[in-house]
Design a protein around this ligand. Structure first.
Ligand code: HEM
Length: 138
């Protein structure tokens, strides 16, 4: 606050992730929470664990109050150049491909289920036919 806008690079965060010097990156903004570690209602450990990386998800997952968002302004020290932040990994469920892959053995299984009784029947008729033929021949 008031000390001017500073633009950091993502790699800078790694240098500020211990108890004596702890920065947080939340929604592209950098907060120096070193003095806040002891006072954080959620404890210092969670803040230390959230430092050195993008802590946006960790912060939002807790559902911080407006009061907490107000408080964090005190610790704001600058922004991180967005181009240096690694792209967030999104895990897309491979529904379409997984479904087709699963469908194939299912389909094959149904065909086999249908064919096996037919083969047994065919075999039984075949044996009967052979039996009759043998009787007529003798
Ligand atoms: C500058 C950043 C932060 C500030 C100013 C802050 C402030 C606060 C405040 C005031 C509370 C009390 C509840 C509320 O008002 O919402 C709180 C709770 C909490 N915070 Fe943070 N917080 C910050 C960052 C984080 C981060 C990065 C995490 C990582 C997970 C975190 C985890 C928690 C947890 C787990 C609680 C719940 C404590 C409980 O209810 O037992 N906070 N925080």
């Amino acid at each position: 606050m008031g000390s001017g806008e500073k633009v950091f690079v993502y790699e800078d965060l790694v240098k500020h992730k211990d108890r004596n010097d702890c920065w947080l990156l939340i929604s592209g903004k950098v907060y120096n929470v070193t003095q806040f570690l002891e006072d954080h209602p959620g404890g210092d450990e969670v803040l230390l664990a959230a430092s050195g990386k993008d802590a946006t998800d960790d912060f939002e997952d807790v559902g911080h109050s407006d009061d907490a968002r107000e408080q964090m302004q005190k610790y704001y020290i600058g922004e991180v150049d967005a181009t240096t932040i690694p792209a967030r990994r999104t895990y897309k469920a491979q529904t379409s491909t997984a479904a087709t892959q699963q469908d194939e053995p299912g389909f094959l299984f149904k065909i086999i289920q249908f064919l096996v009784p037919l083969l047994i029947l065919g075999f039984a008729f075949g044996l009967q036919f052979l039996g009759k033929k043998e009787k007529t021949e003798t």
